[in-house]
Design a binder for this molecule. Structure first.
Ligand code: ATP
Length: 220
């Protein structure tokens, strides 16, 4: 089985997350993609993050009827900060040896990976799929060039680009695939700001999610 792990704060989940998960699932022939909300995101300021139970519920609402997309609450069951390396170890420990795991991550998040706990171990343990998002620095080509520069300068000068497979490789390491999608220009920050200003978010999240946010008075 080929499985994707897509972590984030999902504060709240939006159409950009859903588009990325669905297009990557299709492009990489993944049976399932797990959206994995962080309990305590190590890289986000604590204020303004909705309760984990609300973020989890909104993901469940958004995924209803979407084939191949699932939610995992593994990080919500752990105490302390949610480190991706622990989540990857958890999934690797529960899968058959022939299963293949991919860690899905936006380009903006990947460009900070050298600040993540045990990032070298993480890069050695799992193949990555890096996806573009519109706000990550202009056109897609410029974004991929930034990724290549970042990898070679901050991670290892051994990385080379394999154009036939659209991925960066280093000897003995796991591949870092790049995946250009028709990304939706939206972020959770933008949604939270729009709610505070009383503007409609209907085009940015599924209707059930918008309804839940307003019924619970989230992000006001
Ligand atoms: P915030 O604005 O609060 O920082 P966010 O919109 O970036 O949130 P996260 O939950 O932090 O959302 O993101 C989870 C993952 O989804 C990250 O890897 C991020 O890069 C990716 N992602 C977020 N928005 C998009 C988008 N519009 N298109 C593609 N990937 C996205």
């Amino acid at each position: 089985m080929r499985l994707g792990l897509f972590g984030g704060t999902f504060n709240p989940i939006h159409r950009g997350h859903l588009r990325a998960a669905e297009q990557i699932r299709h492009n990489f022939g993944l049976e399932r993609v797990f959206l994995i909300p962080a309990a305590q995101p190590p890289h986000k300021r604590p204020g303004g993050v909705a309760a984990a139970a609300d973020r989890l519920h909104m993901i469940r609402l958004a995924l209803e009827g979407r084939e191949g997309l699932d939610v995992s609450d593994v990080e919500l069951k752990r105490t302390g900060p949610s480190y991706t390396i622990d989540t990857v170890r958890h999934f690797k420990g529960s899968l058959a040896p022939k299963d293949q795991l991919f860690l899905i991550i936006g380009l903006d998040a990947f460009l900070e990976i050298d600040s993540w706990k045990s990032y070298k171990d993480l890069l050695a343990q799992i193949a990555f799929i890096v996806v573009n998002r519109p706000q990550a620095g202009g056109d897609a080509d410029a974004g991929w060039k930034r990724l290549g520069d970042y990898l070679r300068v901050r991670i290892s000068s051994d990385y080379t680009f394999d154009a036939s497979a659209a991925c960066y490789r280093r000897p003995g390491g796991q591949p870092i695939h790049v995946c250009a999608i028709d990304a939706v220009d939206v972020s959770s920050t933008q949604i939270r700001e729009m709610i505070k200003k009383g503007r409609s978010i209907d085009h940015l999240v599924p209707p059930e999610v918008a309804q839940y946010i307003f019924s619970k008075g989230l992000y006001l």
